[in-house]
Design a binder for this molecule. Structure first.
Ligand SMILES: NC(=O)c1ccc[n+]([C@@H]2O[C@H](COP(=O)([O-])OP(=O)(O)OC[C@H]3O[C@@H](n4cnc5c(N)ncnc54)[C@H](O)[C@@H]3O)[C@@H](O)[C@H]2O)c1
Length: 322
């Protein structure tokens, strides 16, 4: 098997950590990224092709030059709030852009596709922990743009034999423990870097949206999965597709942390009192989103290695202070 793997969006947060993990296991990640939200400094383990996933000519060049044996597809717009205001750009980039990648794969005889899907596929959950067969009905255009890709994947699989593993991540968190790479989003909307910024920057406040949810401390519970555990699962998914059929799999720890628990953990890590502003609920926030990770263990042999939220937050804090 050719050890070249095309990694779209490999200059971004989860993509760059996956490139490091690929290189550690003898693969060469070929990154295709337009740097709309990624960073050239995060591409350290293989070549960077600066280009767009919607550019068929660039994809053809990559497939001809590197003959990748698989594609790991991270490239997408990720901001749920922006997707509500500008859904067109999400459907164009996340759904149509992916279609171009899938067609290029088909035409170049590459049949292994690992996809960054999301827990947003499930919308408002009617049971927690959430299993993969939970009804899929997203509540924002970001989630629908990913839903459409999963639909396309089913059809490509049937018609052209494309094998896919759709990995539905819950909340990515933490950073490379060696400090080589980490999360660097602008704008940032993820809770942990926002809380840590409040510890670092006295002019920065952290807001808690809703303190009256049906949870032990009244704040929302999310499933924070370390970015290195996500990276590991992608490589297992590539291996899995060599001998198995297409599948969709949740990636989460299976336990959740409330917003208050994250703030408390961040206080311990940073030594800062971090005083949040307590606000009203935001529309569309489920009280709990926690993965059932039974299938990931069964099919990929995957289990999270970072299960202590203090450690995950410490890695993010160390990265922020570099
Ligand atoms: N971060 C999370 O918690 C989370 C949760 C669930 C799913 N996901 C999914 O995981 C993937 C990676 O997320 P992330 O947090 O690393 O995001 P990110 O923004 O850090 O990385 C995405 C990368 O894709 C690139 N990109 C975007 N559009 C492109 C295009 N048209 N052509 C080429 N490159 C393009 C960006 O420049 C960026 O480097 C995304 O698909 C996201 O939807 C993330």
């Amino acid at each position: 098997m050719n050890k070249n793997i095309l990694v779209t969006g490999g200059a971004g947060y989860i993509g760059s950590h996956t490139c490091k993990a690929l290189a550690q296991r003898g693969f060469t990640p070929i990154v295709l990224d337009n740097l709309s939200n990624g960073h050239d400094w995060a591409v350290k383990w293989g070549p960077l092709v600066k280009g767009d996933i919607a550019d068929r000519a660039v994809l053809d060049e990559i497939f001809e030059k590197y003959q990748p044996s698989g594609v790991i597809h991270f490239a997408a717009f990720i901001e749920v709030g922006i997707s509500m205001k500008d859904p067109g750009s999400f459907y164009r980039n996340n759904s149509c852009g992916t279609l171009t990648v899938l067609e290029a794969m088909r035409d170049h005889g590459c049949d292994r596709f690992v996809f960054s899907s999301t827990a947003a596929m499930y919308g408002m959950p009617n049971q927690v922990p959430i299993t993969e067969d939970h009804p899929q009905w997203p509540i924002n255009p970001y989630g629908w743009s990913k839903f459409m890709v999963e639909r396309m994947l089913e059809d490509f699989s049937m018609a052209y034999g494309t094998k896919f593993c759709a990995l539905r991540y819950f909340n990515a968190a933490g950073a490379d423990p060696d400090g080589e790479i980490g999360e660097s989003h602008d704008p940032e909307s993820h809770l942990i870097p926002l809380v840590l910024r409040a510890a670092k920057d006295p002019d920065w406040n952290i807001s808690v949206f809703g303190t009256d949810y049906d949870t032990p401390d009244g704040t929302c519970i999310r499933d924070y999965i370390h970015v290195c555990d996500l990276a590991d699962a992608h490589i297992r998914a590539l291996d899995y597709l060599a001998d198995n059929e297409s599948i969709a799999i949740n990636l989460g720890t299976g336990t959740g942390n409330s917003v208050q628990e994250i703030i408390e953990a961040a206080r311990k890590v940073t030594g800062d009192p971090i005083v949040p502003i307590l606000g009203e609920r935001r529309p569309g926030d489920p009280s709990r989103l926690v993965a059932d990770r039974t299938l990931a263990k069964e099919k990929l042999g995957w289990e999270p290695q970072y299960t202590d939220i203090l450690e995950t937050i410490r890695h993010a804090w160390e990265w922020m202070n570099r």
